[in-house]
Design a protein around this ligand. Sequence first.
Ligand code: FES
Ligand code: FES
Length: 166
Amino acid sequence: MIDVTIVVNGDTRRASVPPETTLLKLLRENFSLTGAKLGCDVGDCGACTVIVDGMAVNSCLMLAGQANGRSVTTIEGLATRERLHPIQKAFEDTGALQCGFCGPGAIMATKALFDEHSDPNVKDIRDALSGSLCRCTGYTKMIEAVQEAARVLRSESRTKLTDART
Ligand code: FES
Ligand code: FES
């Protein structure tokens, strides 16, 4: 067994797991964070996407031990009790998801994109979502959702800037 300590959504979490345990398994089975989904388990579908130290990763391909000492954000870390994250709201409002299975991964891939680009173009968005396979949608609504979320986030950050100056 190996001991791992990870900051997950701002909380320090510890577990003792077999060395072959993936980050996805650790999150789902040890920490009861079931938002990241087990789809293909081989890095093809993106349903398991989380953010590790600022980068979107397929958590089925990362060992829990490789995440030791690092900071992980999962879909559970986005919303507050009062409010969905603007990315989640935009996906909901535009009808970007149908069965929803790919949603957590696509939304986390979008979050990682916004952490780098506040105003991504369509190519940036397509690239960011390229690892997220969706069997239900044609991706058009998903791209619209990302564009809408980007607009909302830019507007919120302009408002914050104005408030800070007054
Ligand atoms: Fe990880 Fe499919 S479950 S990429
Ligand atoms: Fe069903 Fe994407 S909404 S897999």
